[in-house]
Design a protein around this ligand. Structure first.
Ligand SMILES: Cc1cc2nc3c(=O)[nH]c(=O)nc-3n(C[C@H](O)[C@H](O)[C@H](O)COP(=O)(O)OP(=O)(O)OC[C@H]3O[C@@H](n4cnc5c(N)ncnc54)[C@H](O)[C@@H]3O)c2cc1C
Length: 319
């Protein structure tokens, strides 16, 4: 089958890889200039900073096995162990994991899918040109996916329309480059007893991914919601709260990253969803197996979702 996958984050990359390995022709269409999605890393002068997923944990045997291979390939390393799971990070930033997974896959970067149509037995995506597939997988965060579906001419049933009810919270992340390094927690991470509004502070140099000390300051969902549309003031406030916690800082540069859809507020209790009247499936971090041991969206839930959907489509193609 010819399969189009909208989105080159963890779930889309894993689905693509497994479907291609099973003999299908797969193409990923990604609106950004790089793969990785919310596993994101930004270059800042000579250094770099993760500004999406900070690290990932592993509860499933499948991801455990995979991580061993990623470690051998020099893509992932253990950061530290806590309660009781190791925290894994991309060796040179989280988005290197995405880049590694995309090797050997057909990816169309900088192409946003604007509409989805059903036409003469195929599903047509409108991006820079019309792309025809037998099956389409949509991996954007559910609110973005519903928006895309809502603006398309597919027949959506009442069950399909219910996807609109899934809400994600935003995240604001301050990226503050320092002139000199500063101790942030034992491993370069502070995630407790922080001023109201700050969720985590990470020092990317101590995390081992940057030549320069760059702080990634992750704000809570509630704070980010309140400050989302006040970009300049929000950055000043992030810096003020950080100084309140860490003391005076010698700042070389600062910027703010805004994620409109960072984490799902409520999750879908199945690893994927199929539109009732079309060969279009949704998957991603908010689609959890019913017995998911953590219950929240994360890199591992995106991985498992992509994997389960690929297994399902491989069976579907054989039936
Ligand atoms: C600030 C922040 C901190 C986080 N911290 C952690 C953490 O510490 N640990 C952890 O495990 N998880 C964390 N997460 C969550 C983790 O990053 C996600 O669960 C995971 O990366 C999601 O993968 P995904 O494939 O489901 O979606 P995504 O990574 O969002 O991939 C979807 C892709 O679809 C693309 N796309 C969307 N619409 C279109 C379109 N119309 N056309 C083409 N492409 C499109 C997007 O550009 C994106 O690349 C964090 C997330 C954020 C934002």
């Amino acid at each position: 089958m010819k399969i189009g996958i909208i989105g080159g984050g963890m779930s889309g990359l894993i689905a693509a890889r497994d479907l291609q390995a099973a003999g299908h022709t797969v193409e990923i269409i990604e609106k950004s200039r790089s793969v990785g999605g919310r596993m994101a890393t930004r270059r800042i002068n000579d250094g770099q900073a993760d500004h999406g997923a900070v690290y990932f944990t592993v509860r499933s045997d499948e991801l455990k096995e995979e991580v061993k291979e990623w470690q051998t390939a020099g893509v992932v390393q253990e950061w530290f162990v806590a309660d009781p799971y190791p925290r894994y990070v991309g060796l040179n930033g989280m988005n290197k994991i995405g880049k590694y997974l995309a090797e050997g896959l057909d990816v169309r970067l900088n192409e946003k899918v604007e509409t989805i149509t059903a036409k003469e037995g195929s599903i047509v995506l409108t991006a820079s040109e019309q792309l025809h597939y037998d099956v389409v997988i949509l991996t954007a965060p559910i609110p973005q996916a519903s928006e895309l579906l809502g603006g398309s001419s597919l027949n959506l049933t009442q069950a399909d329309q219910k996807l609109k009810e899934y809400i994600f919270e935003p995240a604001l992340v301050g990226l503050v480059e320092l002139n000199e390094n500063i101790q942030v927690g034992e491993y370069g991470l502070l995630d407790q007893d922080l001023p109201d509004g700050i969720l985590k502070i990470v020092n990317n140099e101590d995390k081992g991914i940057s030549k320069n000390p760059i702080l990634s300051i992750y704000m809570t969902g509630e704070w980010s919601e309140e400050w989302f549309d006040r970009e300049d003031k929000a950055l000043e406030e992030v810096v003020r709260l950080t100084i309140e916690q860490l003391g005076d800082l010698s700042i070389a540069s600062k910027q703010l990253k805004r994620w409109r859809y960072a984490q799902a507020k409520q999750v879908f209790k199945a690893p994927y969803y199929k539109l009732e009247q079309h060969p279009v499936w949704l998957c991603g971090d908010a689609f959890l197996e019913p017995d998911d041991p953590s219950g929240h969206t994360r890199v591992e839930s995106a991985y498992i979702s992509g994997k389960r959907l690929a297994e399902h489509i491989i069976r579907f193609a054989q039936s």
